[in-house]
Design a protein around this ligand. Sequence first.
Ligand code: M6R
Length: 364
Amino acid sequence: DKGNHRHFMQKEIFEQPVVVAQTLQSYIRSVEQKVSLPQMDFELSSIDRVTIIACGTASYVGMIGKYWIEQLARVPVEVDVASEYRYRDPVLAPGMLGVVVSQSGETADTLAALRHMKAGGVTTAGIINVPTSSMAREVDLLLPTHAGPEIGVASTKAFTCQLAVMAALAVNLARAKGKLTAQEESEIVRHLIEAPAAINEALGHDAEIEAMAHTIAQARDVLYLGRGPDYALALEGALKLKEISYIHAEGYAAGEMKHGPIALIDEAVPIIVIAPSGPLFEKTVSNMQEVRARGGKVVLISDAQGLAEAGEGCLATIEMPKVHPLIAPLVYAVPVQLLAYHVAVAKGTDVDQPRNLAKSVTVE
Ligand code: M6R
């Protein structure tokens, strides 16, 4: 049931404050100000390497997880898409935690990668939305997302719930590795608890995004740029736009622009820049200026501070609340989803059932 929404995708985007809160609730012990994981029969402290495997949108959760886990727990992380991982004869080592991320828990390549890791004696965990799925049954440690059924082919609420669980995993690993004080942890808990309200605030920009979608809908190509976790969001934004609006879109690490893609820039190419204020902001803005100098039309997604510094001269800006870097990807995912959604609606495509795509890819 779509309720009063036009599409399941729209309904699912707007459900995010509730389902992210629901998901976080099962990982946060608010009285103790701690993040907890379900019971496991291995020692997290013995993990000295993490490999995250997934497909599509779920693989971008892996990329963001890499930034978080390496930064917080100082454990090296490798991320790969399942279709590459399973055939490349990866090195499996003791002390490794293999993490699969999947909404359906049935994606053929991810399931095969999971089985490959298990057969090699690797301890596995799964961030999975469907609790009865094959992956949910086969992982050593099930880390459920509580997004509820996701009907739209474009993944939205599963993504932000997966991020919430990934954050919980990163924090637990950091504590187990002795890299996090109780005070730091309670600080993180405080920020995580703020995430649903910040997501809600981001949703408040819906009408504004809908208005600019008509311009973007005219484009033949769209570029998305970001650094750090926002590079993964750039990839997510481009994937979302491609799959439901059929506009060609690419996500790039902002620093890679001058290594090739800048050749594509002219007045006809909108560039979506995802850049919360923070240590990487100036760097991304300088890439943005390079693009603008070549006539590129920029949509800057940032917070008040970022927009005050760099918003002038943009085609449009979208103001996000000021949030802690750990929850920023959960919040900045929203405008990226809404933009794809409204562009697709403007183009009149089948938003929930885009051509050539299936919700769950159970064949390789
Ligand atoms: O069910 P899964 O999370 O394993 O699915 C993975 C991808 O097929 C999925 O995220 C796909 O990329 C989405 N259609 C993206 O919106």
